[in-house]
Design a protein around this ligand. Sequence first.
Ligand code: AMP
Length: 237
Amino acid sequence: MTMSAQPQPEPVVKNVGPIILLGPPGAGKGTQAKRIAARYGIPQISTGDLLRDNVARGTPLGRRAKETMGRGELVSDDLVNQMVDYRLQDEDCARGFILDGYPRTLGQAEWLEDFLEHHGVAGHVCGRPLVMSITVGYNELLHRLSGRLSCPTCGRIYNVHSQPPRADKLCDVDGSALITRPDDREEVIAERLKSYERQTLPLVEFYKQRGELLELHGARPAEEVFAEALKAIEHKA
Ligand code: AMP
């Protein structure tokens, strides 16, 4: 079921602070981030989307990241941190923001912790982040990623098995032809899942030790995961 067809309720205007979504590729971070962003009228900052946009525009950053992304490996911390630093200066981040796919290494997590503590966001001091880690089993991830289709215009995500678009390979929202991301090819998927295990999974412990982690079981309908995420956000805000 896609969520776009129904009219969206007005965003709830309140400060929610930084929200970090952790989880392997295919866990549903993008789907949840979009819902939370719409609910509170705060930006979804997906480093994957920012990088893909740079690649598509052929910027110097995009040219440096393209090959690494094509192999399913992580782009260097320096490049990604700089990109996030720049994005967090924007005024739309003042009430809160959702980091989707960032941080992904201990180096990035440490950089972000220092940044939030010492620089603030868009000129405002912001509180401690709420970190939600979405967990999904390996076989389910493979199934999801190999059937994933994305809309190049609005970013909506579909799945040929579980969330097909109404018309064959066309976005329900804007009618764009849906695409398979180059890194959703099977040989690259395995590498992306390996990078996650090696480099990103240690962050679960990093945030657990700080008492900032909530684990969400992601192998459920997106609606249920969203309801649990909202409860945690409301509890913290
Ligand atoms: P995603 O859309 O989040 O799955 O990201 C797609 C690709 O972009 C990843 O496989 C990486 O090559 C790159 N990427 C996205 N976010 C990061 C990050 N935080 N650190 C390093 N590389 C990233």
